[in-house]
Write a protein that binds this ligand. Structure first.
Ligand code: SF4
Ligand code: SF4
Length: 233
C-alpha cells in the first residue's frame, strides 16, 4: 500500500471523520504557506483531519452559555479521545518515517479555507466549516515531508439558496448577509472567560449552528467530557 493511502486509512481508523491532504504548491492562495515554507523548508504537503465532538453530554449549567467547540476542546487533553486520535496518527507518521509537525496554531479560518480547498467539507453562510457530519468539529493540521494530494470530493452540498435562517435569527444580528459576519457583534468571537470549577472557559453561543438544518440530529449526548462537572444534570 502506498504511504498516501496508508495515511488516509489510518486517519479514519484512529477516529477522524474526514482527512484531507494537499501539496503546498496547491495551497499558495493562502499567504501563510510561504511563511510555513520558510519555517519548515522540508515540508511538502499539508494534512488536515476533522474531529467531531458531537457525542458529548453538555452540562446543564453551561448549556447555551459556552460555545461547544470551546467546551469540548480535547486536542491537548491527555486521555481525551481527540488527543488519542492525534497521538495515534503522529505515532503512525513516526513508524512510517514520515516527518511531520503539528501546526494546530494555524488560524482556524485559514484551516477551514484549506480544508474546503481539499474538498473534505465546506464553509456555510454562517461562517462555520461543515462536513457531511455537520459543523460540530475542529480541525487538526500537520505538515509532512511527503508529496500527497487527495481529491475525494467529500464536501456536502451547499446551503440552499433560499435558506437564511441563521442570518435571520442570530441573537446579536451579527450575520449581516450570506458568509458575512460582523465579528464585533458575534458573542462567540467576542467571548469572555468564565471560571468553571478549576477550568476556564470562553462564553459564546452556537445558535447559528444549532438552528442549521445541516446539523439536525448531529448531536448524540452519549458521553461525559473528562474535565466537566455533570453533578447538576
Ligand atoms: S455564534 Fe451566535 S452571535 Fe455569533 S453569529 Fe452565530 S448566532 Fe450570531
Ligand atoms: S441555516 Fe441555512 S443558510 Fe445558515 S448555514 Fe445552515 S443551511 Fe446555510
Amino acid at each position: 500500500m502506498k504511504i498516501s493511502e496508508a495515511i488516509y486509512n489510518e486517519g479514519l481508523d484512529v477516529g477522524y471523520s474526514r482527512i484531507g491532504a494537499s501539496i503546498l504548491t496547491n495551497l499558495e492562495f493562502e499567504p501563510v504557506i510561504n511563511d510555513l515554507r520558510t519555517k519548515y523548508p522540508w515540508a511538502k504537503s499539508m494534512i488536515i483531519s476533522v474531529w467531531h465532538y458531537n457525542f458529548y453530554k453538555i452540562p446543564d449549567a453551561l448549556n447555551g452559555i459556552v460555545n461547544k467547540e470551546t467546551l469540548f476542546q480535547g486536542r491537548y487533553l491527555k486521555g481525551s479521545h481527540e488527543n488519542d486520535a492525534a497521538i495515534d496518527l503522529e505515532a503512525f507518521f513516526d513508524s512510517n518515517n514520515v516527518k511531520a509537525v503539528d501546526i494546530m496554531d494555524l488560524d482556524k479560518h485559514i484551516k477551514n479555507s484549506i480544508a474546503e480547498k481539499m474538498n473534505i467539507g465546506l464553509i456555510r453562510k454562517n461562517g462555520y466549516f461543515y462536513t457531511e457530519e455537520g459543523s460540530y468539529c475542529t480541525l487538526h493540521a500537520w505538515l509532512i515531508d511527503e508529496d500527497i494530494e487527495w481529491n475525494y470530493n467529500e464536501a456536502p452540498g451547499p446551503c440552499l439558496a433560499h435558506c437564511g435562517i441563521c442570518i435571520k435569527t442570530c441573537p446579536e444580528k451579527a450575520l449581516l448577509k450570506d458568509y458575512i459576519k460582523d465579528a464585533d457583534k458575534c458573542s462567540t468571537i467576542n467571548s469572555t472567560v468564565i471560571n468553571v470549577g478549576e477550568i476556564q472557559l470562553k462564553t459564546g453561543c452556537d445558535h447559528c449552528q444549532d438552528i442549521c438544518p445541516w446539523n439536525k440530529h448531529r448531536w448524540s449526548d452519549e458521553e461525559e467530557f473528562p474535565t466537566l462537572n455533570y453533578s447538576n444534570n
